[in-house]
Design a protein around this ligand. Sequence first.
Ligand SMILES: Nc1nc2c(ncn2[C@@H]2O[C@H](COP(=O)(O)OP(=O)(O)OP(=O)(O)O)[C@@H](O)[C@H]2O)c(=O)[nH]1
Length: 323
Amino acid sequence: MLAPAFPADEAQRLQALQALHLLDTEAEERFDRFTRLAKRLFGVAVVSVTLVDAHRQWAKSIQGIELRELPRRVSFCGHAILSDALLLVPDARLDERFADNPLVTGEPFIRFYAGQPLRAPNGQRIGTLCLIDRDARAFGDEDQALLKDLALMVEHEIALLQLATVDELTGLSNRRGFEALARHALSLCGRQQRPATLLFFDLNRFKAINDQFGHAAGDQALVAFAGLLRKTFRESDVVARLGGDEFAVLLSNAPQTELAGALQRLRDAVQGFNSAQPAGGWQLLYSVGSAAFDPARHANAQELLNEADRLMYEDKLSAGRER
Ligand SMILES: Nc1nc2c(ncn2[C@@H]2O[C@H](COP(=O)(O)OP(=O)(O)OP(=O)(O)O)[C@@H](O)[C@H]2O)c(=O)[nH]1
């Protein structure tokens, strides 16, 4: 058996995959309708929209078998993402890469495999739309063209999803993206009894930046603040622009001590940014409210958000009084 190689740009590939926030999410009709359709069109045993993660492949949508996750080592799709072309294996027993693969010699006894790579909006190959069957079979030009078309439609769906959940200006999650990710993170923290904290940020005197320096400068300030948030918090924290000059960060599994450290790092980073601004230029100022998640008090992410918003407002009032 030949374990799949790692693409030369694996780090960027994984980054593109993670930015989509699709891994370990619930099944969704928008993808299931494609796998159902493909299963009917091609008459194969299994169809999957598979994502190839660092050490595993994970199915966002799968029909025909309950097998959501497999080690990347034995993955057919791991091979398919190494090129833009369809990977066609008419009979796995006759292919030295797969003949003694445990998925061929044992359950589910794969014989036929066809995997069309799926690309993220930035072009990185993140997974496949793939067909699997327990019988060897031919797959002619027409079938190949049809599978490619379906894969393009799945890519389109992924791009739409990204448009709907990502803030175009800053590249952070937007409010809708934040709500989906926060729901997921909070239910995990609730179940595992791990702490989670929500930070609500609002820029101070932001309107003045727009008024004095123009809208483009206002946009730059939003992008700069987003960059500082991203740099300060962990990859696993949810960082979002909720709208206008409002931002939120959800830290999961972070004890209060770590929170204080992160807030201090942000203050330092913002101060560093401001002192590097030209004299007479605009400055980044912000207020922040922090609310610890308590499943007994917060029924959902919105209630946690409301509390953090209220505390942010108190912070803003006291900053105003100081001025
Ligand atoms: N440049 C730019 N401005 C925006 C964008 N979205 C919202 N705004 C502006 O952001 C401003 C937000 O207003 P406020 O929240 O009152 O701003 P503020 O001056 O920070 O007020 P305080 O929070 O009380 O200090 C409004 O003038 C909006 O027009 C954007 O994407 N780009």
